[in-house]
Structures are given as structure tokens and as C-alpha cells.
Design a protein around this ligand. Structure first.
Ligand SMILES: [Fe+2]
Length: 139
């Protein structure tokens, strides 16, 4: 496996939150790694997808911690995090049981992840930057 994680995060999806951007890049890497394994073996490797889901849950916890630290309203975003983990876990079960093919899952995963950054994390980043600027101005 020689896919490098460096450069996998498209510039348009950079949020200027270094910790979150680094995690997004690491998630792109894990999705690429998962695709590679699926193409090689034509099945969903449970350990690789398990690692991806564990990392996603860690990533969501990072966003939730940052929002809490700045007292940003995050209820809806956190609800979407929980829903996503449930949905992806469900997808894994139906793929592993043979009810859906692995490539439909991969397509879903890629589309979902880009949308997560654009529609959920971009507004979060805007709010976080605004709050940080306001806090700086108050000091
Ligand atoms: Fe994110």
C-alpha cells in the first residue's frame, strides 16, 4: 500500500483549522486505503473499515471538543455525527452480509465525506474563526 496521505485533501475543502484539516486528510487516506483493499479482494475488509469508523468517531469527538471549548452551538452538528456513525455501521452490516455490493458503499462514503466537510464543517469553521477573532478583540 503506497498511497501517501499527503495532498489527498483538495484545497477547496481546507478549513484552516489545522487539527481538523489533518484529520480530514487522514480520513481521505483511510478511504483510499479501503478502496484499494476492496478492489484487491472484492470484499469489505472488516478490520480496515473498523479502523475508518473508529477514526471517524475520534474526529467527531475532536470537532465536538473544539465547539464546546468556544461555547459554540453544536447540538444539530453532533446529532448528525451520531446519525452518520449509525448509518455507516448499518451500511457495513448490509455489505458484509452480502445484501449490497461493496462499491455502492464506497461511492456513498466518498460522497458523504465531501458533503460533510462542505455542508457541516465549513459553517462550523466559519463560526469558529469568527468566535476566535471576537475573543482576540476582547483581550
Ligand atoms: Fe469533519
Amino acid at each position: 500500500m503506497d498511497i501517501s496521505s499527503h495532498g489527498l485533501l483538495p484545497e477547496l475543502l481546507v478549513l484552516d483549522i489545522p487539527e481538523v484539516d489533518a484529520q480530514h486528510e487522514a480520513i481521505f487516506y483511510r478511504i483510499e486505503n479501503l478502496k484499494y483493499h476492496c478492489i484487491e479482494h472484492n470484499e469489505l475488509p472488516e478490520a480496515v473499515v473498523g479502523d475508518l469508523l473508529a477514526f471517524l468517531s475520534e474526529h467527531f469527538a475532536t470537532e465536538e471538543r473544539m465547539a464546546a471549548a468556544l461555547q459554540l452551538e453544536f447540538t444539530e452538528h453532533a446529532r448528525m455525527h451520531r446519525e452518520t456513525l449509525t448509518t455507516l455501521g448499518g451500511w457495513v452490516r448490509v455489505v458484509v452480509s452480502g445484501q449490497r455490493d461493496v462499491f455502492s458503499f464506497l461511492r456513498y462514503l466518498e460522497i458523504w465525506f465531501e458533503r460533510h466537510i462542505r455542508e457541516e464543517d465549513q459553517p462550523f469553521a466559519d463560526e469558529l474563526h469568527e468566535r476566535e477573532a471576537r475573543n482576540r478583540a476582547l483581550r
